[in-house]
Design a protein around this ligand. Structure first.
Ligand code: FCB
Length: 427
């Protein structure tokens, strides 16, 4: 990836949040058991309307688009591929290519095929093989049209929401299982990385680039002077922000609470994807089990009385993206901001959010940090998991009754801002 003069930018989305009617996955099952505010249903009907949506992205100047494959469509039963659905995603990537938009493909963005889920999901060791097999197939079928791949989306968020907080399927509350899920996901990533590169040698001329999309936050001690808070911040930063990528690159999982395990490959990332929304203040909770990672507190270091928040209450902190880019630059790999965005009913707030965050991303680039792209979350308003349809993240407004799309001014402002920056920086 030549980060000197390439800057990929555009927006991101995931299958279950926009496609509609993903009836064969764990989320559909969870929704039909009444576990969410509202079910995903037809969502944005992006499955049928992707062509129209990508034309809008093109009209906004996007040069990249991140989306995910819906595994439950592609492998509806264990070991059985759906040729029809593979052809669908082939059409999706070809449509992007025809518009000169670089596809950035996530293999798994949270949702699991029901058969996989029923076999124990990510807590079962077989998950590693199942995932690597799926990843290889994806490169066999789509590899000639796709360069950038993300294996998993936010492994730690998934493990936390599904196995600690219990608000996502399977709704468990077990620290031991959450750690197992993370271990298996790291193994699955490393195996997939190896198998994908092998498969790519057969189908793609210029090779592929494989990374993962990690949810990252700067952490600050609640009380600057407290050694306990500082220890919790240190441990949390190492676990949440760095453990996945460090293990993938070192070829070994080495972290308290996890088994020491060698992975099937080392140097298992060609670039790093960072999803950034907000920061957290952390305070000491104890030394045993999960307590050692501390707990969020709402006072401290960065708290201001009227600090800006999004409509879900997440605090806005643009400089955080710079701190994270600086922190991750140490790995010596190109970094793409694979998600950054705001849910708000005030589009002006969105425009300012984008400008502020982008200016920190560009500042990082000017300082020599290999920030190679920025993908706003999300292209269009969509199904926000347990929070349903009320959070509005889109550059494009979705009318959920008529499914009409309307471009918000922030969509154009983002394009203008990037164009100005590129001119000034002589890309
Ligand atoms: C991220 C998820 C994405 C979306 C945004 C708001 O954690 O990856 O699917 O829900 O948050």
């Amino acid at each position: 990836m030549n980060t000197e003069n390439t800057f990929l930018w555009g927006a991101a989305a995931s299958s279950h949040q926009v496609e509609g009617n993903n009836t064969l996955n764990d989320w559909w099952d969870w929704e039909s058991r009444g576990k969410v505010k509202e079910p995903s249903g037809i969502a944005c009907d992006h499955y049928n309307r992707f062509g129209q949506d990508f034309k809008i992205a093109h009209s906004l100047g996007h040069t990249a688009h991140r989306f995910s494959l819906e595994w439950s469509r592609l492998e509806p039963e264990e070991g059985r591929w759906s040729a029809f659905e593979w052809a669908h995603y082939k059409e999706v990537v070809r449509t992007l290519r025809a518009l000169k938009i670089e596809p950035i493909v996530t293999l798994n963005h949270f949702t699991l095929p029901l058969w996989f889920y029923k076999n124990g999901g990510w807590t079962d060791r077989r998950s590693i093989l199942y995932f690597a097999r799926f990843a290889k197939k994806a490169v066999d079928v789509l590899g000639e049209d796709v360069t950038y791949w993300l294996t998993l989306n936010e492994p730690f968020v998934y493990a936390f929401m599904a196995y600690i907080k219990g608000v996502w399927p399977p709704g468990e509350s077990s620290c031991a299982k959450a750690f197992m899920v993370i271990e298996n996901q790291i193994q699955a990533h490393a195996s997939a990385y190896k198998d994908m590169h092998e498969a790519a040698r057969k189908v793609s001329l210029n090779g592929i680039k494989v990374g993962a999309a990690l949810s990252v936050s700067p952490f600050f001690p609640c009380r600057e002077e407290s050694p306990g808070d500082r220890l919790a911040v240190f441990l949390r930063n190492n676990l949440y922000n760095h453990m996945f990528i460090r293990s993938a690159l070192n070829g070994i999982i080495l972290f308290p609470g996890f088994h020491i395990r060698a992975l099937r490959s080392r140097r298992a990332a060609d670039f790093i994807g960072l999803n950034y929304y907000s920061y957290e203040n952390i305070r000491y909770k104890g030394l045993g089990g999960y307590d050692m990672f501390g707990e969020p507190c709402y006072l401290g270091h960065h708290e201001k009385a009227n600090e800006e928040k999004n409509s879900l209450g997440w605090r806005v902190y643009p400089e955080g993206v710079y701190l994270l880019l600086k922190d991750f630059a140490g790995y010596g790999l190109p970094i793409i901001i694979t998600e950054n965005g705001i849910c708000t009913n005030d589009d002006n707030q969105r425009s300012i959010f984008i400008k502020d965050h982008l200016s920190w991303v560009f500042k990082a680039r000017s300082a020599g940090i290999p920030a190679a792209g920025y993908l706003y979350w999300s292209l269009l308003d969509n199904f926000e998991w347990a929070d349903g349809y009320s959070p509005r993240f889109g550059l494009i407004e979705t009318d959920y009754t008529t499914l009409t799309r309307t471009v918000r001014p922030s969509g154009r402002i983002m394009a203008d801002y990037i164009a100005d920056y590129m001119k000034a920086a002589l890309f």
